[in-house]
Design a protein around this ligand. Structure first.
Ligand code: NAD
Length: 253
C-alpha cells in the first residue's frame, strides 16, 4: 500500500491544466495534483476559481468559458508562459441538462455539445500541439457513465459524453507516436453541485442515486480525482485510448 509520504513530490516538475476547477471534481483534482508537487493552472467560468490560489500555494488561475477557442488557446499559452511547459491536461468542465427528449431544446443541445464536447476538443487540440513539441504529455478527459450507456432524460448530456469517448480514442491514436496518452474517466453519480437540479430532498435524492449503483452509494469528488490523478501520472504509462469506468458498478450489468 502506498503511503502519503511516498506520493509527495511524485509529480514534481510536472505542469497541469485543469478546466472546471472552481469546485467539485475539478477542485478535488487540483488538490490531488498539487499534493504531489505538480504546478497547476486552474480555469473556470466562475471567478471563484481564483480562491484556489489562497488554498494551494503556487496554483495559478484563469477565468474563461471552456467552449471558447480563445479560452483554450489562452489557457494553454498561460500554462506555458507561467510554468514553462504543459504535461497534463484535465478536461473536466461540464454541465448537465435533465429533460425528456420532447422538452430538450436546440439551445440545450447546442449548449451541452459546446461546453462538454467542443470545450474538451478545443483544449485537447491546443494541449496536443504543445505536448507534441515538448516530447509528450497526458490528456485526461472527464466523461460520464453516459460515455457508454444512455441516460434517460439526458439526451444532450449523453450525446456530449459519448462524443468524448470517440475523441479520446482519436487522441490516443494520433498521440501515441508523440508520447501523448489520452484517456477518459467515466464516473457514476458524484455528490457535487451538479446535482442541484435534483436536490428537492437531499437525503432522498442521494439514496435513490446511490441505489442505482451496485456499490450502494454515490461517489465523492475525491474518489474521482484519484482516478484522474492515476491516469495523469506515469503510474498508468500503458493505458491510452481507454474509457475508464469509476461508477460503483453502474455499467457492470
Ligand atoms: N456530478 C456527477 O454526478 C457527475 C457524474 C458523471 C460525470 N460528471 C462530470 O464531472 C465533471 C465535473 O462535474 P462536477 O460534478 O464536479 O460538477 P460541478 O458543477 O461541481 O463543477 C463543474 C465545473 O465546471 C464549470 N463550468 C461549467 N460550464 C463551464 C464553462 N462553459 N466554462 C468553464 N467552466 C465551466 C463550473 O463553473 C464548475 O466549476 C463534468 O464534466 C461532469 O459532466 C459529473
Amino acid at each position: 500500500m502506498t503511503s502519503d509520504i511516498d506520493v509527495v513530490g511524485e509529480l514534481a516538475g510536472k505542469v497541469a491544466l485543469v478546466t472546471g476547477a472552481a469546485r467539485g471534481v475539478g477542485a478535488a483534482t487540483v488538490a490531488w495534483l498539487h499534493a504531489r508537487g505538480a504546478r497547476v493552472l486552474a480555469t473556470d467560468l466562475r471567478p471563484e476559481v481564483d480562491d484556489l490560489t489562497a488554498r494551494f500555494a503556487g496554483v495559478s488561475t484563469l477565468v474563461g468559458d471552456v467552449s471558447g477557442e480563445d479560452t483554450a488557446a489562452r489557457s494553454v499559452a498561460a500554462a506555458v508562459d507561467r510554468f514553462g511547459r504543459l504535461d497534463i491536461l484535465v478536461g473536466n468542465a461540464g454541465r448537465s441538462v435533465n429533460k425528456p427528449i420532447t422538452e430538450t431544446t436546440a439551445a440545450d443541445w447546442d449548449e451541452l455539445m459546446s461546453i462538454n464536447a467542443r470545450g474538451a476538443f478545443l483544449h485537447a487540440r491546443e494541449a496536443f500541439r504543445v505536448m507534441r513539441e515538448h516530447g509528450g504529455g497526458v490528456i485526461v478527459t472527464v466523461g460520464s457513465f453516459a460515455c457508454t450507456v444512455g441516460l434517460a432524460d439526458a439526451a444532450a448530456y449523453s450525446a456530449s459524453k459519448g462524443a468524448l469517448a470517440q475523441l479520446t480514442k482519436v487522441l490516443a491514436l494520433e498521440g501515441g507516436p508523440y508520447g501523448i496518452r489520452a484517456n477518459v474517466v467515466a464516473p457514476g453519480v458524484i455528490e457535487t453541485d451538479m446535482l442541484d437540479n435534483f436536490r428537492a430532498d437531499s437525503r432522498e435524492y442521494l439514496r435513490s442515486f446511490g441505489d442505482a449503483h451496485p456499490i450502494g452509494r454515490v461517489a465523492q469528488p475525491e474518489e474521482i480525482a484519484e482516478v484522474i490523478g492515476f491516469l495523469a501520472s506515469p503510474r498508468s504509462s500503458f493505458i491510452t485510448g481507454a474509457v475508464v469506468a469509476a461508477d460503483g458498478g453502474y455499467t457492470a450489468a
